[in-house]
Design a protein around this ligand. Sequence first.
Ligand SMILES: CC(=O)SCCNC(=O)CCNC(=O)[C@H](O)C(C)(C)COP(=O)(O)OP(=O)(O)OC[C@H]1O[C@@H](n2cnc3c(N)ncnc32)[C@H](O)[C@@H]1OP(=O)(O)O
Ligand SMILES: N[C@@H](CCO)C(=O)O
Length: 336
Amino acid sequence: MPKVFSYQHPFELENGQTLPEFELAYNTLGKLNAEGSNVIWICHALTANAHPEEWWPGIFDKKNGIDLDKYFVVCANILGSCYGSTSPQSINPETNEVYGLDFPKFSIRDIAKTLDILSEDLGISEIQYLMGGSMGGMQAMEWAIQKPDKIKKLVLLATSPKHSSWGIALNETQRMAIESDPTFYNNDKIAGKKGLEAARAIALLSYRNYNTYQSTQIDEENAVDDFRASSYQKYQGEKLSKRFYAKSYWYLSKAMDSHNVGRNRNSCEKALAKIKAKTLVIGIQSDLLFPVEEQKFLAEHISDSALEIIDSSYGHDGFLIEVETIKLVLRKHFKL
Ligand SMILES: CC(=O)SCCNC(=O)CCNC(=O)[C@H](O)C(C)(C)COP(=O)(O)OP(=O)(O)OC[C@H]1O[C@@H](n2cnc3c(N)ncnc32)[C@H](O)[C@@H]1OP(=O)(O)O
Ligand SMILES: N[C@@H](CCO)C(=O)O
């Protein structure tokens, strides 16, 4: 069971709206040392939870990865998500009703601030390694810009300094699918379920690629219907809709779209130059959603950084799946 951090003060969001209070579900692994110098903080992506040991299990590896006898690992479920943190499914303390679509929009910057507030509450004044992939990488880079002296080393996987027009278009298309489900406007937990299934199926097209489908979803030569790729899309949609809420997905995708480290900081280049952490940027050659040009840009403009491009038949989701290769490149650049 994750622990729950409760922030009982108004929290002003980047857009000027205020959340009267918020909660973050979080989980820790290992023990914080006396010097407070062994913290690894993992920021999760769009639909994960505070348990990286469930969704990134291979990374915890005494010999080649994160040794839990040595490190204190923290992961918090992000604001808006449905795994225990304050979300559109929570009760608005000002009305005593479910927020639903009255939940305020929030940005990646807001998420990074809530994580920092939690870290302060946990007595963490420095983070040895801050890691995140995809939307998790957006949070990690924002946090490293907001608190450059606190973050000592940074690992950014399959992510970008600003969500691309392509990424926003994909997210908007997914929200259109969700909004076209009339149940989305209800406030129960299954609101928008069918729309969410379609959204996840659309998203999968950007998390995988042509070759993934060509190698894993080939039909018998004479098939005319009931294709494997069709049942895969349906299965993936249903799999997500059994564990996630459409409103959380809608708001989190909006937060992703807000990601632009350069906003009100003159430029992305100038914002990235604020990062003091020794940084490893990892890209995936076959990633359609966050093409490697975006990771090259990050490595070019973060001063103490290195770039590793790895391959994966999975495309973007390779950042979750290719753990053995990720551990190899981590060890190449850091003494974990
Ligand atoms: C341990 C956990 O449960 S973590 C789950 C929570 N997830 C998260 O937190 C988010 C991060 N994780 C993810 O995004 C994903 O889990 C990933 C990217 C890591 C892996 O994605 P997967 O869906 O497991 O991989 P993949 O694309 O190969 O699909 C495999 C699944 O599709 C099913 N499948 C494959 N082809 C077909 C088909 N033609 N028709 C129907 N189903 C199919 C497989 O049986 C398998 O099902 P299962 O997940 O029930 O075992
Ligand atoms: N597959 C990831 C999203 C891609 O970054 C998730 O479901 O969290």
